[in-house]
Design a protein around this ligand. Sequence first.
Ligand code: NCD
Ligand code: ZN
Ligand code: ZN
Length: 380
Amino acid sequence: QVIDAAGLTVAPGLVDTHVHFRDPGFTHKETIHTGALAAARGGFTSVICMANTSPTVDNVSVLTDILARAGKEDIRIYQAACVSRSLKGQEPVDMEELKSYGACGFTDDGIPIRDAAFLYSAMEKAKELNVPISLHEEDPSFIKNNGINHGNVSDELGIYGSPSIAEESLVARDCLLALRSGADVVIQHISSGRSVNLVRMFKAQGASLHAEATPHHFTLTEDAVLKYGSLAKMNPPLRTEEDRLAVIQGLVDGTIDIIATDHAPHSKEEKARPLTAAPSGITGLETSLALGITSLVRPGHLTLMQLLEKMTVNPAKLYHLPAGKIKEGEAADFVLFDPEECWTPDEYASMSCNTPFTGWKLYGKVKMTICRGKIVYTEG
Ligand code: NCD
Ligand code: ZN
Ligand code: ZN
């Protein structure tokens, strides 16, 4: 088949190291199938699902059930396992067994680990198994209302919020644990300028640290909560303009090597609850490339090649994904997009539409996604 790609950019299929497909347990928000459709529409051919499903992915039977169903989808779906039983941070999981059944990494995403010694032994094991360990950095003891930055906006709303020190204190701890253990440690959805500085400092000392930035954290600030309400509520929260610019600087100087969506679907009914009661999280797969182009490439922070590195090569290498090892002549994963086309997100393949970016003017439109040599999405 001949594909007319005149005027389009061809890139490797995008890789997202951080998505929530909610399956099993919350399939009114997303399923493996609808998540896969949203991914393909966003240009993604590889995604890594987080483990805060119900039940959580802390044992082989849940893991193999997910991977068996994921294997029937058109894109490559990987699964991270919990770093502790039920994500409670108390009992260990059998990391070796979970890895042997296909877990591509370990994570505490959703419920950060409190016990530093527990986490340190998990890092030692991850190092031995040569798998990344990815961490949600927010110490709950600092937090009164999650999903909203503690600062000017929370003051205006008369609530306390989640201060950046909640994130920074765990980032500092985990930078030390990473340096000492030698494990590949991923700071997930980094949102504070001081967190970025910590990662930069410890990378310079030789820690095998990685960091993910989300499109919402490099595009929006806490002010978005006033405009979009619960659609701008997520953990960690949107912070100040200074923080946003520090995240961009981290992307520019390579401190932050990965762009990941933290695609976190929630239903309309759930997001319609009052701000402090609504669940945290926003969907991201279908707007991620366009937000990267609109917020990072067009203003001149990154070249298109640098953006694509953080959405393809870097994540594929870190997680040892086959997408990073396709040889000449093999069926490949790639995406065709128009980096100049202006469009407005207004409907989604995802089962949920909890994004503040609906109605925005974005640049960069995915036209076709090809995975394992098969067309898995065509525009229109
Ligand atoms: C995520 C979710 O909804 O599962 N929510 C969020 O606000 N980011 C959990 C997470 O990524 O920590
Ligand atoms: Zn998280
Ligand atoms: Zn997440």
